[in-house]
Design a protein around this ligand. Structure first.
Ligand SMILES: C[S@@+](CC[C@H](N)C(=O)[O-])C[C@H]1O[C@@H](n2cnc3c(N)ncnc32)[C@H](O)[C@@H]1O
Length: 296
């Protein structure tokens, strides 16, 4: 196994910062997503360019907020994108946006007067229809602390600048992002389903590449409704994929062991989290040679 040394990405950095600054990457997702990978986008672009784009399909089996899929579709980094997500609330948003409901959802957002009471009412209506579920999910994602959608998450209390529940409510921005996704929806296939099944079904396809960002071993539990997966089974499955993959994980000894057993390459990448603290995450691939030119 090639274990490259820790480095800090510098390719998009022009202001002497040594870690990728999330605000320097176009934010295209309507979600603010716990564990979101906006910070990794410069590396994703590098990886997908290396794959040679044309004729390739990208599968994102643990799609969540889908920033990787959206970037790949909007920037033409691959021909087709398939997103897979098991959480029915998150899935409802993607299903509505990608199946003709983008304009409705965008208008519903800009016409909504957000208060704690109206948020509660919208969330209570989630079971009425797919559209109501999608709208309720957007609201929850904006009013819950950290955007967390897992059951039991609570509303923001004071929020930014004492703005309380509206501190993360940017209706015009959400509208713009949703309508931009509508423009590329012909390139995106969404499956509400299981990551393992979809990867298994495509395992023999050499023109499919996979960005795999599962719930992590340590932090997953409090962040997602579906947070428990069989990590060993995921590594076994990934080892069978004919197409290339890029997987992200927490820097955990179990993960290093599973990567080592399969002779995968690993690389620690420095990032800033939402609290502007530096931390490192692990990326894993069959080969990470596409990273080498940027290593200091
Ligand atoms: C780490 S998050 C992905 C975040 C995403 N990369 C982003 O940038 O927003 C993992 C996601 O996997 C989903 N998930 C968990 N188990 C799954 C499964 N078996 N199949 C599909 N999705 C699953 C969770 O609901 C969660 O949204």
């Amino acid at each position: 196994m090639l274990q490259l040394e820790l480095f800090e990405p510098r390719d998009i950095v022009s202001n002497n910062q040594s870690v990728v600054n999330v605000s320097s990457v176009p934010q295209r997702s309507p979600f603010r997503y716990a564990g979101g990978k906006t910070w990794l986008i410069p590396k994703i672009r590098q990886w997908l360019h290396y794959q040679g784009g044309a004729g390739k399909e990208l599968i994102e089996p643990f799609a969540g907020g889908g920033i990787v899929s959206l970037t790949a579709a909007c920037e033409g980094l691959v021909d087709r994108v398939t997103m897979v997500e098991k959480d029915q609330d998150v899935a409802a948003v993607w299903r509505v946006i990608l199946n003709g409901g983008a304009e409705w959802l965008a208008e519903s957002i800009v016409n909504f007067q957000l208060t704690a009471e109206s948020a509660r009412e919208a969330i209570d209506r989630a079971n009425n229809s797919l559209e109501d579920r999608a709208f309720a999910t957007i609201i929850k994602n904006r009013v819950n602390r950290g955007g967390i959608l897992a059951d039991g998450a609570s509303f923001i209390k004071n929020g930014e600048n004492g703005k309380g529940i509206t501190s993360r409510w940017y209706p015009e921005t959400l509208k713009r992002r949703i309508l931009a996704i509508e423009q590329v929806k012909h390139k995106i296939n969404f499956i509400e389903g299981d990551a393992f099944e979809v990867c298994e079904q495509n395992a023999n396809n050499r023109n499919t590449v996979y960005f795999i960002d599962p719930p992590y071993i340590k932090a997953g539990g409090r962040l997602y409704r579906h947070s428990i997966i069989d990590h060993q089974a995921l590594f076994d499955l990934v080892a069978k994929l004919k197409g290339d993959f890029l997987m992200t994980y927490d820097d955990d000894s179990e993960v290093h062991k599973m990567a080592g057993c399969n002779e995968f390459n690993t690389q620690l990448i420095a990032m800033k989290n939402t609290h502007h603290a530096k931390k490192t995450e692990l990326i894993i691939g069959k080969s990470l040679e596409w990273l080498l030119p940027t290593i200091q």
